[in-house]
Design a protein around this ligand. Structure first.
Ligand code: UT7
Length: 340
């Protein structure tokens, strides 16, 4: 018998071993928006919790943001780019429809041994990519997977539409997945859901195969983000708590067992409501929407970076990452923090 074909690979656990984040230098404050559209700092702050967001420079694309986050992630781990085996980029704002942004990142950071691909699930993209990466490690197939959440939403925003332009920012966060050591739990479990009945509530209508780019689609502003804010809000405020409870329930846990909730940053009110339903005081919830706005696939890794930078999390802590986004998509990951 050919043992190479039949030998079982041992299951092992995956853990996050490093985090790198990057946001562009340019900042748009609420005061800047007061000069651009009919809005006010008070409205934006009260309805969303956002004070400012970072915006990519002209010519700075999602692969640039992602590559910088990846470089920082590797540097903090002390790992050479050649040691990265897989690159997964979660994004809805790739540099272009193809080639995949993962290929562009691979070239930019010089990860000569890596294969990879993009994954599109809007604001839940990073959590879904994290699970795919974890499964590649758990199966024994790969030793190092770089998972990146990166979006340059400013390229799809109509800066004359006050209902959407104030919400989004640009940024990237990268994590390295490796095999957990003896006694480490790392990534423990996940709950994911998609619901296509909400597809029209948040979308970029044109530029795909349904409505290819034309002078008409541009004139109709169909290459910009369109959102029915109330519908998305109602779904998100219910689903974010439900999905987090789902992953806790099936592991015999409650919000009380968590050291930290790291949620998608779309609206401070959604985060606060989720925390309340989970019974978590806000000092155990990572909120950085005031500084970055909604960076789509980048919010969760950026918030993980904030948790680390502010020493809000320590080795051995139980953490839930949670997200809801366009699609609809929803996700929650339960993990034990295995970094100092
Ligand atoms: O990450 C993907 C998932 N996305 C989300 O989770 C976003 C979910 N939705 C939201 O966070 C909220 O719906 C928004 C922040 C987008 C909007 O807040 P809202 O409290 O739902 O406002 P609204 O859309 O119901 O609008 C209320 C009023 C309207 O005026 P009228 O019709 O009552 O006169 C809007 O025209 O607020 C007006 N408005 C604004 N006023 C000042 C909308 N945008 C603005 C603005 N400044 N920027």
């Amino acid at each position: 018998m050919n043992t190479k074909l039949t030998s079982q690979r041992l299951l092992q656990r995956a853990k996050i071993s490093s985090i790198g984040t990057y946001v562009p230098d340019r900042v748009l404050t609420n005061a800047d928006f007061e000069r651009m559209v009919d809005t006010s700092n008070e409205w934006i702050l009260e309805r969303t919790g956002i004070r400012e967001r970072h915006i990519a420079a002209q010519g700075q694309a999602t692969s640039d943001l992602a590559a910088e986050a990846a470089r920082r992630c590797l540097e903090l781990r002390g790992m050479a780019p050649d040691e990265v085996e897989v690159i997964i980029v979660a994004t809805v704002s790739p540099d272009m429809p193809f080639p995949a942004t993962a290929c562009l990142v691979q070239g930019k950071i010089g990860a000569h041994q890596a294969w990879g691909f993009d994954l599109g699930a809007a604001c839940s993209g990073f959590l879904y990519a994290l699970q795919v990466g974890a499964k590649l490690i758990e199966s024994g197939a790969q030793k190092t997977v770089m998972v990146i959440g990166a979006d340059t939403m400013s390229s799809f925003i109509d800066y004359s539409d006050r209902s959407t332009c104030i919400l989004f920012g640009d940024g990237a966060g990268a994590v390295l997945l490796e095999a957990a050591a003896e006694g480490e739990l790392g990534i423990i479990d996940y709950a994911h859901e998609i619901d296509g009945s909400g597809a029209s509530a948040l979308r970029l209508p044109a530029g795909g195969s349904l409505l290819p780019a034309s002078a008409e689609t541009v004139a109709n502003k169909q290459h910009y983000v369109h959102q029915d804010g109330q519908t998305v809000y109602k779904f998100a405020v219910r689903k974010m708590a439900e999905i987090a409870e789902k992953v806790l329930d099936r592991n015999g846990l409650t919000g009380q067992d968590l050291a930290c909730l790291i949620p998608h940053q779309a609206n401070r009110r959604i985060i606060e409501s989720t925390a309340q339903r989970l019974g978590l005081p806000l000092d155990r919830v990572i909120i950085n929407i005031d500084r970055f706005g909604n960076t789509t696939a980048a919010t969760v890794p950026l918030a993980m970076g904030t948790a680390r930078d502010e020493a809000r999390i320590k080795r051995g802590d139980l953490v839930v990452l949670a997200s809801v986004g366009a699609g609809f998509t929803a996700g929650a990951t339960l993990l034990r923090w295995e970094m100092d």
